[in-house]
Design a protein around this ligand. Structure first.
Ligand code: ZN
Length: 435
């Protein structure tokens, strides 16, 4: 790395910024403390595990290495050859930074994995989150995307997905939804009013709404008519086939709608949600770009598919996730074009650390600096948040230092943008009344 005087000074400043983290999937600390933690079961629950799969590791081996009931030495033997193949990626780098800084272990290797897992167990006690998130990562608050809204406000502010409405696929799903909202749902009309009441009931407890549909369908949400949506809803009841739901706990048959296109129903519900968020001044976070896991359809998540929403809901604020990686050029143009479109770099610095620097540098030349959110860890376990935060701070300092070296910004300007990226922009968007 080229080290310039501007880098040293900026890095020191960037490291001192208390971060507002725009996106996590963390369980509450008491839940985490109940888990049996070790290197493989905990750190390979997502991200790096997807790299293991894309490197060629068979699915059965991935399941095997995560199972804490098998002795760690045995699992390490299966894991090690694949680890060597993925150790180059941003996901692996975030983990190695975390184990080095948090647990004092020099990387993940044959000589360290035992001690590391022991250190993890010893630290898995009350105070873990304070130690990792507040002290280690310098995070003031993390916007958290889980099914729990009653969160520990010392660490979290929740967003809500309303996924129980958007992902209903069959009658049993509708029955479950009915139980949750306090009464059975027999018509699309009552589903819509239940969605509106859920907004009424929870909007004061959340700082935004999340839409994660890019995992299961294209994110173009057409303006469906009520009757088209109702037709799709009614299709849920037309199922004449059943699938057998057979687990050790319960045996039952579940209706399986065949050939029912649920998109008009989802489209309609997304527009209802947009109406509600616009009216209630809640920002909406939308997944775009790469989907976590393997073998999804990337083009479903192109941010250009959202343009009709940007045009229609002018008073809504769209927080577009993951820098739309790899559609980052498209997202830059959209954020430049639409006053209601914001860029969110959550997850991005570890998908590609160097790619994120290149793109952030371009965005800073292209998009007003008040519109870029520079960090969201996007992890299920806190150690990952720490590793990611180190890479993000380094990336932001390096990109801004280069601009200072090139004579594009003064040092004072660069420092101002650093604090906007890591804190102020997210505060303005999600916490207009302060933390
Ligand atoms: Zn996420």
């Amino acid at each position: 790395m080229s080290v310039s005087p501007s880098y040293e000074e900026l890095k020191g400043y960037v490291d001192s910024i208390r971060v507002v983290d725009t996106h996590e999937h963390l369980s509450q600390e008491p839940e985490r403390l109940k888990q049996k933690v070790d290197l493989l079961a905990t750190f390979f629950s997502h991200y790096a595990s997807s790299d293991l799969r894309s490197a060629g590791m068979p699915e059965e081996q991935l399941i095997e290495i995560r199972d804490p009931s098998t002795p760690l030495e045995e699992r390490w033997g299966v894991f090690e050859p694949w680890w060597e193949k993925i150790r180059n990626t941003g996901y692996a780098r975030a983990l190695e930074i975390a184990v080095r800084d948090l647990y004092g272990v020099d990387g993940i290797g044959p000589d360290t994995y035992g001690r590391l897992s022991e250190e993890m167990r010893q630290r898995n006690v009350e105070g873990l989150y304070r130690w990792v998130l507040k002290d280690g990562s310098g995070i003031d608050v993390s916007i958290n995307d889980t099914i729990v809204y009653d969160v520990d406000r010392e660490f979290f502010a929740p967003v809500r997905r309303f996924g129980e409405f958007l992902t209903v696929r069959d009658r049993t799903g509708l029955e479950a939804l009915g139980r949750q909202v306090g009464g059975p749902i027999h018509s699309f009309r009552s589903m819509v009013s239940a969605l509106r009441s859920e907004f009424e009931r929870t909007s004061g407890k959340i700082v935004g709404v999340k839409i994660g549909l890019a995992y299961t369908r294209p994110i173009h949400f057409e303006k469906a008519s009520f009757s088209e949506a109702e037709e799709a809803f009614n299709g849920l009841y037309r199922a004449e086939r059943f699938k057998v739901h057979d687990t050790s706990e319960v045996w039952k048959i579940v209706p399986e709608p065949v050939g029912v296109d649920l998109r008009p129903m989802q489209d309609y519900l997304v527009h209802v949600m947009m109406e509600e968020v616009e009216r209630r001044e809640l920002p909406v976070q939308i997944h775009t770009g790469l989907q976590e896991g393997n073998e999804n359809i990337l083009s479903n998540s192109n941010p250009e598919l959202l343009v009709n929403l940007f045009m229609e809901y002018k008073d809504a604020r769209f927080d577009i996730f993951h820098g739309s990686w790899p559609y980052s050029g498209e997202l830059g143009a959209l954020a430049k074009n639409f006053p209601n479109v914001y860029i969110d770099m959550c997850w991005m610095h570890i998908i590609s650390p160097s790619g994120s620097r290149r793109i952030l540098s371009e965005w800073l030349d292209e998009v007003p600096a008040n519109k870029i959110m520079g960090f969201g860890g996007d992890y299920l376990f806190v150690e990952g948040v720490y590793g990611h935060s180190v890479i993000a701070r380094e990336n932001i300092a390096r990109v801004l230092a280069e601009k200072v070296d090139d004579g594009d910004y003064t040092m004072a300007q660069a420092k101002k943008y650093a604090s906007w990226l890591l804190r102020e922009n997210a505060l303005r968007l999600f916490f207009p009344d302060g933390l």
